[in-house]
Design a protein around this ligand. Structure first.
Ligand code: PEP
Ligand code: MG
Length: 320
C-alpha cells in the first residue's frame, strides 16, 4: 500500500474528473511544518496555537509568538498557513490563564469568548500574527464563533493593531485574511451571514458533532451518538459549505480524512481538506477516485437516509 500511495507524491489533489481541491495539514508546533513538507501537504489548514501556551509556564510574549509563527511560515515558503488564535477552555486548561472551574466548561468561558475579555492575552497574539504575516502567507482563524459580534470585534482589534504597526513602521500583510472556525450549531445556522464577514470558513467537525448532538465525547454512555454521519451533522455540514459558496470553505476536523465522508464533501463543494500529515497521501488518493457526478449521486441518496447506521452502511457499500 505504501508504494501505491507514493504515486501521489508531488501530485495535485484532483478528483477523477479534474476538479482541484486543496489538501492541507493540521499542526500544533513550528517543527510540525517539516512533516507537512515531507508528507507533501499543500499548506497548513489549522495551526493549533494552544501548544505554544501549554509548553510555557506563563503567557508567551509577543516576541516569542512572533518567532514561532515566523519560523513556521518561513519553513512553508509560499504555502498557506492558517493560524488559529488561542482556543483555551473546554477540555483545554492552561493553569496560568486564570480560568475558573465551571459546571459546563464546553458551554462556558472559552476560545474567542475568553480572548475578547482578555485583551492582555489576545493583543500580543494578534500583534505577533500580523508581524509574522510579513514573512509568508499567514491567515488568521477565530475559534468557536457563535455570533457576528465576535467576528466584528476581533476584526476591529486587528484593524487597530494594523494602525499601531503602521505608526511604528513595522511590516505586515495589509490584506491578511481573517476567517472563522464553523464548529457550533449557532455558526452553522447563521453561516450565510458569517460568510459576509469572514474571508474563509473551516468546519470543525470535532466540536460541531459534539455540540450538534449535545454529546460529551468523553462520556462513554453517550459516545454512540457522536458521529459526523448523523443526519443532523451531515445537514449542518452541507449547509455550511453551501452558505460559504462565495468564500473558501475548508474542514479541519477529523472527519475531513474519513474515506466514507469524502465523496459527500466533494459533492457539497468543499474547497480545502485539512488532515494530519500522515493522512495526506491516502486522502489525495481517495479524492482522486471520485468524479463530482458520482459523488453528487451518492450524496443525494445519503441525505435521504434517516439514521446514522443507514448512512454508514450505504457509504460503506459504495466506497471504492
Ligand atoms: C474541531 O473542533 O473540529 C477542531 C478542528 O478543533 P479542535 O479539535 O482543536 O477543537
Ligand atoms: Mg474545535
Amino acid at each position: 500500500e505504501k508504494k501505491e500511495l507514493k504515486k501521489f507524491i508531488g501530485k495535485e489533489t484532483v478528483t477523477a474528473d479534474g476538479v482541484k481541491v486543496e489538501l492541507c495539514c493540521n499542526i500544533g508546533k513550528p517543527d510540525d511544518a517539516d512533516a507537512v513538507l515531507s508528507k507533501d501537504g499543500e499548506g497548513v489548514g489549522l495551526f493549533r496555537t494552544e501548544f505554544l501556551y501549554m509548553d510555557s509556564s506563563s503567557i508567551p510574549t509577543e516576541e516569542e509568538q512572533f518567532e514561532a509563527y515566523k519560523k513556521t511560515v518561513l519553513k512553508l515558503g509560499d504555502k498557506p498557513l492558517i493560524i488559529r488564535t488561542l482556543d483555551v477552555g473546554g477540555d483545554k486548561d492552561i493553569p496560568y490563564l486564570g480560568l475558573s472551574k465551571e459546571d459546563n466548561p464546553f458551554m462556558g468561558f472559552r476560545a474567542v469568548r475568553y480572548c475578547l475579555h482578555r485583551e492582555d492575552v489576545y493583543k500580543p497574539q494578534l500583534r505577533a500574527l500580523l508581524r509574522a504575516s510579513a514573512f509568508g502567507n499567514i491567515k488568521i482563524m477565530i475559534p468557536l464563533v457563535t455570533c457576528i459580534d465576535e467576528v466584528r470585534e476581533v476584526k476591529a482589534m486587528i484593524e487597530n493593531i494594523k494602525a499601531e504597526l503602521d505608526s511604528e513602521n513595522i511590516a505586515y500583510n495589509k490584506d491578511i485574511q481573517v476567517g472563522i472556525m464553523v464548529e457550533t450549531p449557532a455558526a452553522s445556522l447563521i453561516a450565510d451571514l458569517l460568510a459576509e464577514e469572514a474571508d474563509f470558513f473551516s468546519i470543525g467537525t470535532n466540536d460541531l458533532t459534539g455540540y450538534t448532538m449535545a454529546v460529551d465525547r468523553g462520556n462513554a454512555d453517550v459516545a454512540y451518538l457522536y458521529s459526523a454521519f448523523q443526519p443532523a451533522v451531515l445537514r449542518s455540514i452541507k449547509k455550511i459549505i453551501e452558505d460559504g459558496k462565495d468564500i473558501m470553505v475548508g474542514m479541519c476536523g477529523e472527519a475531513a480524512a474519513d474515506p466514507l465522508l469524502i465523496p459527500l464533501l466533494l459533492a457539497f463543494g468543499l474547497d480545502e481538506f485539512s488532515v494530519s500529515a500522515t493522512s495526506v497521501l491516502k486522502t489525495r488518493k481517495i479524492i482522486s477516485q471520485w468524479t463530482i457526478d458520482e459523488a453528487k449521486e451518492i450524496a443525494e441518496k445519503a441525505l435521504t437516509l434517516k439514521t446514522e447506521s443507514e448512512v454508514v452502511e450505504y457509504l460503506t457499500s459504495v466506497a471504492k
